[in-house]
Every structure is written in structure tokens, then in C-alpha cells.
Ligand binder design. Structure first.
Ligand SMILES: Nc1ncnc2c1ncn2[C@@H]1O[C@H](COP(=O)(O)OP(=O)(O)OP(=O)(O)O)[C@@H](O)[C@H]1O
Length: 372
């Protein structure tokens, strides 16, 4: 089932300020969407509006093309799992899972044996076979959250909303559950929307990542698109590790304030600017400057280096030379890709592949030696 949001606005009833501000989003049927953003961005509020648990003062929510603004939460047939989803402590796991079906009005309530079969199927699906007779306190945190998910899925929703459901679990269990959740989503043909603070989790699970801030959508796209072509400095900072280099643009060349970083071409007007770079997009050029790089950690072919530039230290993740020296003296740093920011200016700098030892001309221009 698809979910469409058209210009949804929800205001704080106390002060009238928008909590969700004119949000439009099309969620394709069968897709997995992650809502990410800083605390207070409006992610949970948006999820609750989709579920029909919170009101909205403007705009429309549609499911499969039908407006559901006036339908209550139950009639929307949407499943919702919260981080602190309380199971009934006095009920068995099986009774918890079957609860939603067993309290249906008489005409809609399945027979007891049908509910029992459905519960068994869900226990199998959740990899909880044989645990139906236990009580919640006899389960691990990860198992309890899977029971919560089974309980939500028992009534057969096609849209699943998850609000940090694994936030309280330890990182290892959380990673295991990720793979399992994605395959569950696919097997059941669900349309899933997940709120998470974990950008790695969002990138691994979701087809589309939606980044929110101040109640608005800043950018929506594939995890790769957000990382590779961030719409602004906020998105770039949110979607990956970042090094920020202050400096100045003159004659379309950006020269960082720190020493021993090669200038880059700058498609913005002259003046102060900031260069935002992923650590993996900084290469070390041994023998080209005065900086010292100290290997902190090897990660396969990549090395995480602390690079001392004057009184500052930058962290750089880059290909290690074959002999993997622990200390590389006399280095310069070469920014191979990044983005320049100033006020409303936001432009990418791409430098050509390194053709040979560069030197820095007194005018600040980068000069590459010719291939011989
Ligand atoms: N019922 C409410 N009444 C008043 N303010 C609210 C209400 N619900 C949410 N807010 C406010 O709206 C803003 C958005 O809250 P929301 O929980 O949706 O953000 P979030 O992005 O999910 O944050 P977090 O990541 O911390 O869970 C916050 O400033 C919050 O205090």
C-alpha cells in the first residue's frame, strides 16, 4: 500500500508553532523508508499523523490514493511499534501476540483455532518458535521487541510504522535484527516507515531516507544520493563523517587557512568560505609538505591517520602506501572531492585525478607535474 502526504501541517496546540510544517512525501507501495533527523525534528509526530494517532490542521494523508484524514487509527489498518512498546506482563507471549485479534468485535473476531494458528505462524516468522508459553520477563530485549512486532503484525496491517523500535537494544542485537527486519518486510510485502537516529541503520535498511529538520523535509532520496549529493551543509554533516576547513576564495581558487592542504578550484565568488570534505576524500601526498601523518588504525587497505597541521590535527581516512608505515613525514593533504559553503552558495569542488607530484604556486594555484 502506498502512502501519500500532501502539505501536512501540525501545530503545537500551546503556542501555534508548526511541529510538522507543510510536509509532502510519496511513499511507494512495498518500499522501506527511514525518517532521520535531529531530536525534535518532527519524525515521531509525522509517524503519528500517518497512523491517525495525532491530528493535523492542514493537508491530506492518503493510503493507496484514498484520503484517510477522517478515519481513526484502527480503521486505517496501520501497524505501529514504539521503542517502549509495553507487552502485557501477566499474559503469555502467545496471548500477547493474539490480543489484537481476540478483542475484535464478535462478528469480526476469528475463531480461537484460527487465532492460535496465526500466532504459531508469527512465532515462526519472528524466530520465536516454542516460546509462546513464556511470559515477557522470561525473554531478552530483542525477543520482546520481536513479540511486539508480531503483536502488531497479527491483525494484518500492510503499512508498518516503526518508531526507534530497537533503540534500547545493544548494538550487536540491533545489527542482527536489521537484516531480519528487511527480509520480513520483503516477505510480507509491507510498506515500512522507520524512525531512527542511527544513520548506518537507515542506510542499510531503507530504499529512501528522508531527512527532517524543524518539522520540514530537508532532503529525500536513496542513502547513496544523500551521501553523495547532499542538498546543503546540514545534510552533508548528518549523512556522514565530515572535515570542515575554513579558508578563502580568490580568483576561483580556495586556499585553506591550515598549512599543507593543497588549494582547490572554487566555483564561487571571492571571499571567506568553508570547504566540507568526507575524510575518505582527502589523500596524503608524502614528500609534498610539512605535515606529519600518524597511523591510528588500519581498516583493510585504508588507514585512519591523525595528521598534524601546525597546531591542528585532522583525521583522514585514506589508502595506505603498500609498506603501511606508521608515520608519514613531510606530507601535504590533497582534497579530491568536497563542497564549498558560504551563505547560500553551495558548490562542489572536484579535482582531477592526481597526475603527479603537485606543488603550490605562490599565487595559490595548484600546479601538477606532467606525466613523463
Ligand atoms: N503533543 C505535543 N504538544 C506539544 N509539543 C509537542 C507535542 N508533540 C511533540 N511536540 C514537540 O514537537 C517537536 C517535534 O517532536 P517529535 O517527537 O515529533 O520529534 P522527533 O524528531 O521524533 O524527536 P526525537 O528524535 O527526539 O524523538 C518537539 O519540539 C516536541 O517537543
Amino acid at each position: 500500500m502506498s502512502v501519500q502526504l500532501e502539505q501536512i501541517t501540525h501545530r503545537n496546540p500551546r503556542n501555534g508553532r508548526p511541529i510538522v510544517d507543510n510536509v509532502s512525501l510519496a511513499v511507494a507501495s512495498g518500499s522501506f523508508t527511514a525518517l532521520v533527523g535531529p531530536s525534535g525534528a518532527g519524525k515521531t509526530s509525522l509517524l503519528r499523523i500517518i497512523a491517525g494517532l495525532d491530528p493535523h490542521q492542514a493537508g491530506h494523508v492518503s493510503i493507496d490514493g484514498t484520503r484517510v484524514d477522517t478515519l481513526d487509527a484502527r480503521a486505517r489498518n496501520i501497524g505501529f511499534v514504539f521503542q517502549h512498546y509495553a507487552l502485557f506482563a501477566h499474559m503469555s507471549v502467545a496471548a500477547n501476540i493474539g490480543f489484537g485479534l481476540s478483542v475484535r468485535p464478535r462478528g469480526q473476531r476469528p475463531r480461537r483455532d484460527v487465532i492460535a494458528r496465526r500466532v504459531e505462524d508469527l512465532l515462526d516468522l519472528m524466530q520465536l518458535s516454542g516460546l509462546g508459553g513464556r511470559h515477557p520477563h522470561e525473554l531478552s530485549g530483542g525477543q520482546r521487541q520481536r513479540v511486539a512486532l508480531a503483536r502488531t503484525l497479527a491483525t494484518g496491517p500492510r503499512v508498518l510504522l516503526l518508531d526507534e523500535p530497537f533503540g534500547a537494544l545493544d548494538p550487536l542485537v540491533r545489527r542482527q535484527i536489521r537484516g531480519w527486519l528487511r527480509s520480513l518486510h520483503e516477505r510480507l510485502g509491507l510498506t515500512t516507515i522507520l524512525v531512527t537516529h542511527d544513520r548506518q541503520e537507515a542506510a542499510e535498511l531503507a530504499d529512501t531516507v528522508v531527512l527532517m529538520r524543524h518539522g520540514r523535509i530537508v532532503q529525500a532520496g536513496t542513502p547513496q544520493a544523500l551521501e553523495d549529493t547532499p542538498a546543503d551543509p546540514f545534510t552533508m554533516a548528518f549523512t556522514g563523517d565530515l572535515v570542515r576547513l575554513g579558508g578563502r576564495v580568490e580568483n576561483h581558487v580556495f586556499t585553506p587557512d591550515l598549512p599543507d592542504i593543497l588549494p582547490v578550484t572554487a566555483p564561487i565568488a571571492a571571499g571567506p568560505a568553508e570547504l566540507l570534505v568526507r575524510p575518505v576524500d582527502i589523500a596524503l601526498r608524502p614528500g609534498q609538505g610539512q605535515a606529519t601523518a600518524v597511523l591510528r588504525q588500519a581498516r583493510g587497505p585504508l588507514g585512519l591517520y591523525d595528521v598534524r597541521l601546525g597546531t591542528d590535527t585532522l583525521q583522514v581516512e585514506t589508502l595506505m602506501p603498500p609498506d603501511r608505515p606508521r608515520i608519514l613525514p613531510h606530507c601535504a593533504l590533497d582534497v579530491t572531492a568536497g563542497r564549498l559553503a558560504r551563505d547560500n552558495a553551495w558548490a562542489s569542488v572536484e579535482t582531477p585525478p592526481f597526475p603527479g607530484p603537485p606543488s603550490i604556486h605562490p599565487t595559490g594555484e595548484r600546479i601538477h607535474a606532467q606525466h613523463s
